[in-house]
Design a protein around this ligand. Structure first.
Ligand code: CUK
Ligand code: CUA
Length: 719
């Protein structure tokens, strides 16, 4: 850790200067404006006027509308968002995107640079529809939208292995996808919150119980897959992922690439951010998003003031909820400091509204810095209320626990609705992305504990572009931020941002168009203390015209960049269409994951059924237990006879020891379907309520006699 134990006076002093400068704006309204004051700062130091000279409007460039602060030429973020929505609508309604790429002759702004075009486009309504689709014009670096050759060879030949595992969330498919990087080949899918038949998830007793104990929902919305760490490096043990929809946290065992626990988080809807206390995964955090009554049992249904949202701390071993902290406002994303003390969460809706208009009214929201040891102290001192069986500590602004010299939550005001937050690899800074503000906010992690006013921990506020969402790192001092509205990945130097004036674009060293409208991005091992700094994936929400059309629901576009050569800059290597919809990813070097080749029966709670140990036992009038095995190309029993109405339990082992020889047992009309990796044992129970003959068969193509691998289930009618 290289964090300076004494926060630099210089930084603090300069921040004060910046704030003073910002508050010289006549329209300033105290701290809220100062935190938000990128536009104001530009106007004050004359840069705004210089910029305005390029655009359509000049002297009134600093004019504010009721919609909020001016961003570009008198237009507010609301205007630009409206333009962006229109752009998306035009594409969706069949406007030929290729035609749109052909510059029309009556658009004299074509020779303008890309950013000038942005401004001109915003000022002139006719062009504004294209504002979100910046790649339609050649940029300074030339048109690389066809996938220009990047320096070096990043191909992976047939039969060769990739360098990295990429773990992508699957959004509302409820799953995790595993891809190889740099090939972007999809290697596996891991069902998490949904039933899935190829892997039999939610079909056998064990995975059904996981889903049932996890609340019994049939779907989830995975956003943030994070791999466990030891000493700030991936240990390859687990992957944790949130369910934004039903407020849950799941754990995936990376020995078997299988979900092994789901925790249904109480007092919370929409567990959004997911990450952990570092350096050693001491806790897993779920960041509560939607505010609800606590407990949500019918009380206070129409009293939004009484709603709350919580940060939830989960023990990674037991997956039990340890405690929760209630805070003001919505929360959004989160990330842990590298040193174990601080956890950061962004938020929106400090207004605590319930409509879109109410939620985006205020010019500032907060990054909340949670002091984890102080929270533990409060829990151990009994300073909590137990709600739904969980200790809930009061971390709201008025809480007595936030008075005194060791507040449990520090509220750092940042511009309007910050979205992503991530801590730099050296642990020095937490960087929050503005979403509805063009800046990122650099917070000095060490200073959080020292400053009287949390605002003073803000040491940089570079202007990044329109709609900054998420930030990743290369380990060489660069941050890479996606801009949703500009459709770019912006590379910037975060130490330079600390040196620069607030609102300065100077820290930006490179920017590259992406296609289109990126959400998260991830660089290899970016969430550790030592990112590899070679690859980066931009997870783009829209693909528009990039692939063969496949009907009205488009794939997303995950674009792979090589970022290892600072002279060459960001080099686009490939587009990969993605089924909806990855939000976030973790990229882990292949040497840090050790997947099992076959099951170790010691890892499974059920007794293995070896050849010769098979049995069919009638327990009572209506209960039958079958223990059997599968191997090429047969089951232990060619047929099994039961009586109509019997409750039948089948425990079955795949006795193969050869890796990749997978069997399954599927029983038509009884909704049974178990997948069995070598040495695996699974169990299923069903009620044989339909008399008849049912061919149990193996659904995995396991050998030349795979189709013959069958067994008859004879259900005799009751007379
Ligand atoms: S969120 Cu989806 S793009 Cu859930 Cu991390 Cu930002
Ligand atoms: Cu076993 Cu097919």
């Amino acid at each position: 850790m290289t964090t300076d134990p004494n926060p630099s006076d210089e930084r603090t002093a300069r921040t004060d200067e910046q704030r003073d400068e910002q508050s010289t704006d006549a329209n300033g309204a105290g701290a809220a404006e100062a935190a938000n004051g990128v536009g104001a700062a530009e106007a004050a130091d004359g840069a705004g006027a210089a910029e305005a000279a390029n655009g359509a409007e000049a002297a009134d460039g600093a004019e504010r509308s009721d919609d909020g602060p001016e961003i570009v030429d008198g237009r507010t973020i609301e205007h630009l968002l409206t333009d962006h929505e229109r752009d998306i609508a035009a594409t969706a309604e069949g406007t030929d995107a290729t035609a749109a790429k052909r510059p029309s002759l009556d658009l004299p702004r074509l020779e303008l640079g890309r950013r000038d075009f942005m401004k001109a486009g915003a000022a002139v309504g006719a062009m504004s529809g294209l504002a979100g689709c910046t790649s339609i014009l050649a940029d300074d670096e030339g048109d690389d939208s066809g996938g220009a050759a990047a320096s070096g060879d990043h191909s992976v030949a047939p039969g060769e292995h990739d360098e990295y595992y990429g773990f992508l969330s699957g959004g509302h498919t409820g799953e995790i996808r595993v891809v190889g990087i740099p090939s972007m080949r999809e290697l596996m899918r891991i069902p998490v919150f949904q039933t899935e038949s190829a892997r039999g998830f939610g079909h056998d007793a064990k995975s059904s119980a996981i889903l049932e104990e996890g609340g019994g929902y049939t779907w989830g919305d995975t956003h943030h897959p994070r791999v466990s760490q030891t000493d700030n490096d991936y240990d390859g043990r687990w992957l944790f992922v949130n369910d934004k929809a039903n407020g849950r946290m799941a754990r995936v065992d990376l020995k078997y690439f299988e979900t092994d626990a789901i925790t249904n988080v109480p007092n919370s809807q929409a567990v959004h951010g997911a990450c952990m206390q570092l350096p050693d995964t001491q806790l897993v955090f779920g960041v509560g998003e939607f505010r609800v009554p606590m407990p949500n049992d019918g009380r206070d249904v129409d009293d939004p003031d009484a709603y709350g949202s919580v940060l939830t701390a989960i023990d990674p071993e037991t997956m039990d909820v340890e405690w929760q902290v209630e805070v003001d406002g919505n929360m959004d994303n989160g990330d842990g400091g590298k040193e174990g003390r601080w956890f950061f969460a962004t938020g929106y809706n400090s207004e605590e509204g319930v409509t879109e208009g109410e939620m985006a009214r205020s010019d500032r929201d907060y990054v909340k810095a949670f002091d984890i040891p102080a929270i533990w102290d409060a829990v151990e001192a009994g300073e909590y209320e137990e709600i739904s069986g969980v200790p809930v500590v009061d971390g709201t602004m008025e809480s007595s626990l936030n008075e005194g010299d060791r507040p449990i939550v520090r509220y750092v005001a940042t511009p309007k609705s910050p979205h992503g937050v991530s801590v730099t690899p050296n642990g020095d800074y937490a960087i929050a992305s503005g979403k509805l503000d063009p800046s990122c906010t650099v917070i000095d992690v060490e200073a959080i504990a020292e400053v009287d006013d949390p605002q003073d921990a803000i040491v940089g506020q570079p202007r990044i572009g329109m709609g900054p969402l998420h930030t990743a790192y290369d380990g060489r001092g660069h941050a890479y931020t996606t801009t949703f509205i500009d459709s770019e990945v912006v590379k910037w130097d975060y130490e330079a941002a600390v040196e620069a004036e607030a609102g300065s674009e100077e820290p930006v060293v490179d920017r590259h168009d992406v296609h289109y409208n990126p959400g998260h991005l991830i660089a290899s091992e970016s969430y550790t203390a030592s990112p590899q700094g070679d690859y980066l994936i931009s997870l783009n929400k829209l693909s528009k015209d990039r692939f063969l059309p496949v009907g009205p629901i488009h794939p997303e576009n995950d674009q792979l960049f090589h970022i290892g050569d600072d002279d060459a800059g960001l080099e686009l290597i490939k587009d990969k269409p993605s089924y909806p919809e990855p939000h976030d990813a973790s990229i882990v070097h292949k040497d840090k994951i050790e997947p099992a080749k076959t099951w170790d029966p010691a890892d499974y709670e059920l007794d293995y059924v070896a050849e010769g140990e098979e049995s069919i036992e009638r327990i009572d009038d209506s209960t039958v237990e079958i223990e059997m095995w599968a191997r090429r190309n047969q089951y232990a029993f060619p047929d099994v006879t039961v009586q109509e109405g019997d409750e039948v339990t089948i425990r079955i082992s795949n006795v193969e020891t050869t890796s990749d020889v997978i069997h399954s047992i599927a029983i038509p009309e009884y909704d049974v379907n178990l997948a069995l990796a070598p040495q695996d044992t699974r169990e299923v129970t069903f009620t044989a309520d339909q008399p008849g003959v049912y061919w149990a068969y193996c659904a995995y193509f396991c050998s030349a006699l795979h189709l013959e691998m069958r067994s008859r289930i004879l259900v005799e009618p009751q007379d």
